[in-house]
Ligand binder design. Structure first.
Ligand SMILES: Nc1ncnc2c1ncn2[C@@H]1O[C@H](COP(=O)(O)OP(=O)(O)OP(=O)(O)O)[C@@H](O)[C@H]1O
Ligand SMILES: [Mg+2]
Length: 283
């Protein structure tokens, strides 16, 4: 049984019914799997996340068709509140993630756990652990609304991860982060996967997509045009042709191929690139 299953899902926003934003989406994500969704701006990645949330069509008006199953249950029959115990969502815009009532980052992290009615001791233990894991020690006393975009993004992600749901849908968690913070966030997400959680990630940083994903879903104009391992997806010439950036190591390899250097395997990381070039170098 899939953790997240979409069956022939289509969606068009109200007022734009002629332009389907999702078209015939079939996708089955296994428990514990790390799946990245890539594709150009406007290809439908966030709308797909919203479909998994049950927000399209429950909150966004429009024409919805198909079925979305979470742990085998059709979300059309589920209360959003019940769903929230099994699946956590990190929105593309961290500002919209904030509770709006917490006066400190610490309280922001505790907010969702308080809503779950957990005992105070457990809330403190879990928030303290999250602060360590996400390296938020310097921010805990700050007002969530007086943070930089990148700081707010790290707090928004942490405020969901602390809830410890089995399934995480994370929409561009690193869009405002510098390289070091991006690496930190991927380390954190990798740790969540290590705990057996299912990860659905929307991300434009292809080096990280290539390094961490079990499978990559490529979207174009509301359709899934390819699903496969990172190597299958990035090595396929169609991926670059529809406007997706490639991992840098692969871009370099492609350029070297233009001057006659052949690669046995498409390198996705600089280590893989160097590994294949090094034996051919003259010293
Ligand atoms: N609330 C809305 N009402 C009407 N159309 C919308 C709405 N939200 C998104 N769209 C349209 O749906 C399409 C898909 O948008 P979506 O936000 O899902 O794309 P995306 O792949 O997440 O893009 P990005 O990489 O920019 O985040 C776009 O054409 C967009 O203009
Ligand atoms: Mg988006």
């Amino acid at each position: 049984m899939g953790a997240v299953t979409l069956e022939n899902v289509s969606f068009a926003y109200e007022g734009a019914e002629e332009a389907k934003v999702l078209q015939g989406i079939d996708l089955d994500i296994r428990p514990g799997e790390f799946v990245s969704i890539i594709g150009a701006n406007g290809s439908g990645k966030t709308t797909l996340c919203n479909a998994i949330r049950g927000f399209a069509p429950k909150f966004f008006k429009g024409e919805f068709a198909g079925r979305v199953l979470i742990n085998g249950r059709d979300i059309a029959d589920e209360e959003i509140g019940e769903l929230a115990k099994e699946i956590g969502f990190v929105f593309q815009n961290p500002f919209t993630q904030m509770s709006g009532t917490a006066r400190t980052v610490y309280d922001e992290l505790a907010f969702g756990l308080g809503n779950l009615g957990l005992p105070r001791d457990e809330i403190i233990a879990r928030v303290d652990e999250m602060v360590q894991l996400a390296r938020l020690q310097d921010l805990v006393d700050r007002n969530p609304f007086q943070l930089s975009g990148g700081q707010q993004q790290r707090v928004a992600l942490s405020s969901i991860l602390v809830m410890a749901q089995d399934i995480l849908v994370i929409d561009e968690p690193t869009s405002q982060l510098d390289p070091q913070s991006t690496d930190d966030v991927f380390e954190l997400i990798e740790r969540m996967k290590g705990q057996g959680r299912t990860i659905v990630l929307v991300e434009h940083k292809m080096e990280h997509v290539a390094a961490f994903s079990d499978r990559v879903v490529l979207m174009d104009a509301g359709r899934i045009v390819d699903v496969g391992t990172p190597r299958e997806i990035f090595a396929n010439p169609r991926t670059a042709a529809i406007g997706t950036r490639l991992p840098q190591a692969l871009t370099i390899a492609r350029q070297l191929e233009q001057v006659g250097i052949r690669f046995e395997v498409s390198p996705l990381t600089t280590d893989e690139l160097v590994g294949q070039l090094e034996p051919r170098m003259v010293r």
